[in-house]
Write a new protein. Structure first.
Length: 67
C-alpha cells in the first residue's frame, strides 16, 4: 500500500508542484495526521528524482529534478 501512495503522489507531483492532503485522503480513504505526513515526506526524500519536499498546511510541495 505504501508504494501505491508514493507512486500516486509522484504522478500527481509530476503535473502539479503541490499535492493536497485531501486528494491523497480521498484517493486512499485514509486520514493524514502529522505522523503519517512526516513518514510519507521521509519516504518521498528517498526517491531519486525528488530534490525537495516541504510539508505545508494543506499539502506537500514537491520539487523534482529536471531530466
Amino acid at each position: 500500500m505504501e508504494e501505491k501512495i508514493l507512486d500516486f503522489i509522484m504522478d500527481y507531483a509530476a503535473e502539479n508542484s503541490t499535492v493536497p492532503f485531501q486528494v491523497i485522503e480521498e484517493e486512499f480513504n485514509i486520514m493524514m495526521d502529522d505522523g503519517l505526513r512526516a513518514i510519507i515526506s521521509d519516504a518521498l526524500w528517498d526517491r531519486d528524482n525528488v530534490s525537495d519536499v516541504v510539508i505545508e498546511n494543506d499539502g506537500y510541495v514537491i520539487t523534482l529534478f529536471e531530466d
